[in-house]
Design a protein around this ligand. Structure first.
Ligand SMILES: [Zn+2]
Length: 387
């Protein structure tokens, strides 16, 4: 049985899904290239899906594209291009990078702008449930009506306020009844796209698109939801509040959040200009090397990127390949004796993944097998690495 850390329960817990497993990882805002932080998030969902499929489950993993929000509109304005042209260019680049890394394709990759009708319906449902109010041409979620607000992040009120301010939550907005209330619908600026609604022309807030897309693509309750650790608050807390307010059903069974990738002691971020782009690394390194470099770090803690990770991964890949793919007898139909079997590595990888996706232990197990002269083809394949 797989055990996974659940952010809301703050513990590693048994994960016991049905035959079909529904997953949703928050996707990109397509205004800049994919960096290693993105790759680590989507690789984590990829590894989880590989193990679930290995166990016989069907997986459906949705990754949305936020093609209308403050960031993409600002960047399009700076570049003097239409925001959807900017989105199209960056989505193509992103898809190519993720495909190069060998990620299982998303079950669907819906755009926020494809879901305006669903977003409007959902906002209507939240209003009908008395969890939202209109003010100044906008619709806000009323957090005082949702006592469980904060139960995923476990942040106190002061921390939530500080983080909302940092993340464009605009706690000083005079139209808000409570500073943590968040926008479901907002009026557009003069040069921004606007859609008609019964609350006036405008565009969706940051969080509502994911709730609408989860509901449309996968249903009211999904098995796994997550993304980067920085999305726990406010994004996932707000998604949960508005979804559960509208449907009355639990939104997510298992929260999976991935640590942030830093560089030279700093968080990797656009504002610091220290992003390492997947596309740049792919020009120099084989995709399997990049994959192994990322997998050498457990998904959960934050960690620092170093070029040494790539050098070590390249050496590891070479060592595994040097063993070759055949059992010792040379007959691929012969499972070999226990000492020489490729199965040992596979089972050790399975055991490591079942322990909260412990990829560093999985890699060490295959190193160990290879050092004993045993092939590790199947174990590597389960990690998405072809030898
Ligand atoms: Zn989201």
């Amino acid at each position: 049985m797989i055990h996974l850390y659940d952010t809301a329960r703050r513990a590693v817990v048994p994960f016991e899904p049905g035959e079909l497993v529904t997953l949703y990882s928050c996707g990109i805002t397509p205004y800049d290239s994919a960096h290693l932080g993105h790759a680590q998030v989507y690789l984590t969902f990829d590894i989880l899906q590989r193990r679930l499929r290995d166990l016989g489950h069907e997986t459906r993993c949705v990754r949305n594209i936020t093609d209308v929000d403050d960031d993409i509109l600002r960047k399009a304005r700076e570049l003097g291009v239409h925001y959807l042209d900017l989105a199209a260019e960056e989505i193509t680049r992103f898809d190519r990078d993720m495909e190069s890394l060998g990620l299982i394709p998303s079950w669907s990759e819906p755009r926020a702008t494809s879901a305006i009708a669903e977003i409007l319906t959902l906002i209507g449902a939240v209003l009908d449930s008395s969890h939202a109010y209109q003010a100044g041409g906008a619709v806000y979620f009323d957090v005082t009506t949702f006592p469980r607000f904060g139960e995923i992040s476990h942040f106190d009120h002061a921390t939530m306020l500080a983080m909302a301010a940092e993340n464009g939550g605009n706690p000083d907005d005079p139209n808000k009844r409570h500073p943590l209330d968040f926008v479901l619908w907002q009026p557009s600026l003069a040069d921004e796209p606007a859609w008609e609604s019964r609350w006036g022309p405008g565009r969706p807030g940051w969080h509502i698109e994911c709730s609408a897309l989860v509901l449309r693509e996968l249903g009211e309750t999904i098995d796994v939801h997550g993304g980067g650790r920085d999305l726990v608050f406010p994004h996932h807390e707000c998604e949960t509040a508005q979804s559960e307010a509208a449907t009355g059903a639990p939104f997510v069974r298992q929260w999976l959040h991935v640590g942030l990738v830093g560089l030279d002691g700093n968080k990797m971020s656009k504002s610091l200009g220290n992003l390492v782009f997947v596309g740049d690394l792919l020009k120099e390194w084989e995709p399997a090397v990049i994959r192994l470099a990322l997998l050498s770090h457990h998904y959960r803690p934050d960690w620092q990127w170093s070029r040494d990770d790539l050098v070590l991964a390249a050496a590891r890949l070479e060592a595994w390949r040097a063993i070759g793919g055949m059992p010792p007898s040379g007959d691929p139909t012969d499972p070999g004796d226990t000492l020489g079997s490729d199965e040992d590595g596979l089972w050790r990888v399975r055991a490591a993944l079942d322990d909260d996706l412990d990829t560093p232990t999985a890699l060490a197990a295959l190193d160990d097998e290879a050092s004993l002269g045993r092939p590790v083809v199947q174990g590597a394949a389960l990690l998405g690495v072809t030898l």
